[in-house]
Design a protein around this ligand. Structure first.
Ligand SMILES: Cc1cc2nc3c(=O)[nH]c(=O)nc-3n(C[C@H](O)[C@H](O)[C@H](O)COP(=O)(O)OP(=O)(O)OC[C@H]3O[C@@H](n4cnc5c(N)ncnc54)[C@H](O)[C@@H]3O)c2cc1C
Length: 409
């Protein structure tokens, strides 16, 4: 049985488990995953007046997975043009977030400072810098003395140069998700939380998703099903015969107690030699570092031994942090593709399937642009705002088509 999208869940039989008694619900677009991507895609579809939109999230609240565990960094200082362009469009949307969505966003445009500690980095960033200038960014190239003058908390040992871009910064992930979710709801997006997608049922042709099977019953797509399921995308796609190479990698963060010894404002500071990054957070300092040796897994426990490494690395570059005390820490998952670029594309041979995932640790900052181009693709048949022609799924079958993002932290 199929009922229309505006019939509510209260229409269900209260006597049987929902999965057995719910009538299937029909929507034009079914977006799976209520992180920053899913919330942005659902909003942008609704904004285009594209038809009925359902947003399905297995957790009780939106934005509790990678989105809610991220560092909030927003930057345009990437090495590939497509990443720079996704960032520039997103930054412009973050700057106008409240105007567009009626929801305030804490977006501290205190810049990103990249510290370069060897000749290879200097050479690579020289090239980046030329590209940034060509693309209209007002990034600055800094010599070590200038770094010392402007950012005295940085220990200059080994620093050969640095780059700084004032429009970069960090934003509150929760504001981003809630802003898109609330604006989406106002435009008619139906949100289903505690709604785990158990599987995708194919039509007899094996080329279309006939229905989305969930813990809250069955959803039928009239147009498209979008996978915005971050680190969990591979299995859902694999089960319907499409290989989506996204692997989960544990990444962790520590936040100090109140710490005033680095005067505000100071930028997101990245030591490219080690991958260490830190920025102001709730009166303290947020510290992040990737354990590059760790294999992929869904492990999200804090690794205490690695926390020690993080603190030691942080104190090396910023000695005053010796006086800081850790308040809390957590781990979350990066959703990593082999070339550290997202997949924004049709879902292989599945005619009504689409995937927008695999942002490889940069998804929060790209959520506005990704939502815009996904909606353009689904509604108009082609993305327009950013040329994402290289972010295909098929590129992983052709080593020459792979991209290479050098500024991954
Ligand atoms: C420690 C850390 C630091 C980071 N720092 C930054 C940063 O500074 N800047 C930045 O831009 N990015 C950062 N990232 C990366 C960023 O968090 C992600 O790229 C981004 O959140 C991806 O968004 P998403 O919506 O695709 O995934 P998610 O936020 O993981 O959302 C996917 C959603 O899908 C849901 N889902 C999955 N499977 C199912 C299913 N079967 N049924 C229903 N729902 C399902 C999940 O519950 C989840 O809510 C960081 C990540 C981590 C872990």
């Amino acid at each position: 049985m199929i009922v229309s999208a505006d019939e509510t869940e209260s229409a269900r039989c209260p006597m049987l488990p929902p999965v057995l008694c719910s009538p299937a619900m029909e929507f034009d677009y079914i977006v799976i995953g209520g992180g920053c991507m899913g919330a942005s895609i659902a909003y942008h579809l609704a904004k285009r007046n594209a038809g009925t939109v359902a947003l399905l999230e297995r957790n009780t609240f939106l934005g509790q997975e990678s989105t809610g565990k991220c560092a909030g960094g927003v930057r345009a200082q990437f090495s590939t043009e497509v990443n720079v362009r996704l960032s520039l469009l997103s930054i412009e949307r973050f700057e106008n977030f409240e105007k567009e969505l009626g929801f305030p966003l804490q977006f501290m445009q205190w810049g990103y400072l990249f510290l370069l500690t060897n000749d290879d980095l200097v050479k690579a960033f020289r090239k980046n810098y030329e590209q940034w200038t060509r693309l209209g960014m007002k990034a600055e190239w800094l010599e070590p003395r200038e770094v010392g003058r402007r950012f005295p908390y940085v220990k200059l040992d080994g620093i050969k140069a640095a780059t700084f871009h004032q429009r970069d910064g960090f934003a509150d992930p929760n504001d981003i998700v809630q802003g898109y979710a609330r604006a989406g709801r106002a435009l008619g997006v139906k949100e289903f939380t505690d709604c785990a997608v158990i599987g995708l049922k194919l039509a007899p042709s094996n080329r279309r998703i006939a229905s989305v099977q969930t813990s809250k019953g069955e959803f039928v797509p009239k147009k498209h099903v979008v996978l915005a399921t971050g680190a969990w995308t591979r299995k859902l796609a694999h089960d319907i015969g499409v290989e989506v190479p996204i692997d989960p990698y544990r990444r962790q963060i520590l936040v100090t107690k109140e710490f005033k010894e680095i005067p505000l404002p100071f930028p997101m500071t990245v030591d490219m030699g080690t991958g260490l990054y830190f920025h102001p957070e709730s009166g303290g300092v947020l510290i992040g570092l990737s354990d590059e040796a760790e294999p992929p897994s869904f492990n999200e426990h804090l690794n205490d031994e690695f926390s020690e490494t993080m603190l030691m690395t942080a104190m090396e570059r910023c000695p005053v942090l010796e006086n800081a005390a850790v308040k809390r820490g957590w781990a979350g998952l990066y959703e990593v593709t082999p070339d550290h670029h997202p997949i924004i594309d049709k879902l292989g041979h599945i005619e009504n399937g689409f995937v927008c995932a695999g942002f490889s640790g940069h998804g929060l900052m790209h959520a506005p642009a990704a939502g815009i181009v996904t909606a353009e693709w689904l509604v108009d048949g082609a993305p327009k705002s950013v040329d994402i022609g290289r972010l295909t799924l098929a590129r992983f079958n052709n080593p020459e088509a792979l991209l290479s993002e050098a500024n991954v932290i």
